[in-house]
Design a protein around this ligand. Structure first.
Ligand code: IPE
Ligand code: IPE
Ligand code: MG
Length: 256
């Protein structure tokens, strides 16, 4: 992975330490992509799933350590039932069809989100793909499916409260690390770069805790049209950002 990172950094002309390690993507614009072609919305979702698979594999080649994709939010249950059914059908097929390429590329799959409320075909596929790839040691592919950022904080709070009640945890020991360790993303680094497609300037309840210092990149490209060139443009823009984390720089920037 380090080798791939270095090769990518060299090709893009950025210092290797300014390559994002964890990339998060709000994959938006499937519906508009379909509408513009006079197609039903589910065609946009189908094409979006193909783009997601292609981009995940490109991320392996680029040497990115973790990729988190926003697939379906808790708020997306507000959509018409026919669209939800089409999405669930796509997910259950997709989560099985990617297994071979995940194994070939040593990718570990993790699910972020609630299990309750999803059809059994999707929960079985999530569990199966997670178990199959659980020992892989390469890139982590996290899918936020049936995910809400506030719900994640609620679920973490409940877990922590239960552990305090059982005497496993002291109130004084609850700190930021403790909260992080009870989120769905436990063990994953916070995203360095958050990309949103389809030109919306909002977070839509995604990874609220984890993106406190992530760099944002918004593109007007619709998700089904997103490609490696657009991803690399975002990575180059990221390398030019000055991440200060609240501090000020006392040394000359290495970015020239
Ligand atoms: C993103 O595309 C996919 C999901 C949220 C499931 P949209 O379906 O939101 O596409 P637009 O925003 O309507 O174009
Ligand atoms: C965000 O997209 C959710 C996903 C990409 C899964 P939405 O299309 O649901 O977001 P809003 O409704 O425009 O904020
Ligand atoms: Mg949308």
């Amino acid at each position: 992975m380090e080798q791939k990172r270095k090769a990518t950094a060299e090709r893009l002309g950025v210092p290797p330490e300014l390559m994002p390690r964890h990339l998060a993507i709000i994959m938006d614009g499937n519906g508009r992509w379909a509408q513009r072609r006079g197609l039903p919305r589910y065609e946009g979702h189908g094409q979006g799933a193909r783009t997601a698979e292609m981009i995940s594999l490109r991320c392996v080649d680029l040497g990115i350590e973790s990729v988190t994709l926003y697939v379906f939010s808790l708020e997306n249950w507000k959509r018409p039932q026919a669209e939800i059914d089409a999405l669930m059908h796509i997910y259950s097929g997709y989560l099985v069809s990617i297994r071979q390429s995940l194994m070939e590329n040593n990718v570990r799959f993790v699910h972020l989100g609630r299990v309750d409320g999803l059809p059994a075909s999707v929960t079985d596929a999530l569990r199966g793909t997670g178990e199959l790839t659980g020992d892989n040691t390469g890139m982590v592919l996290a899918m936020a499916l049936n995910y809400g950022g506030r719900a994640e904080v609620v679920d973490a709070t409940r877990d922590i409260a239960r552990r305090v009640r059982n005497g496993e945890l002291q109130v004084e020991d609850i700190d930021e690390q403790c909260v992080s360790d009870h989120l769905y993303t436990k063990g994953l680094a916070d995203p360095d770069l958050l990309i949103r497609t389809a030109n919306e300037l909002r977070v839509s309840n995604f990874l609220l805790w984890q993106i406190s210092y992530s760099e944002f990149y918004v593109t007007d490209t619709l998700w089904p049209d997103f490609d490696q060139a657009t991803l690399e443009k975002a990575m180059i823009a990221y390398a030019r950002r000055d991440r200060r984390f609240g501090a000020i720089h006392t040394e000359p920037s290495s970015r020239g």
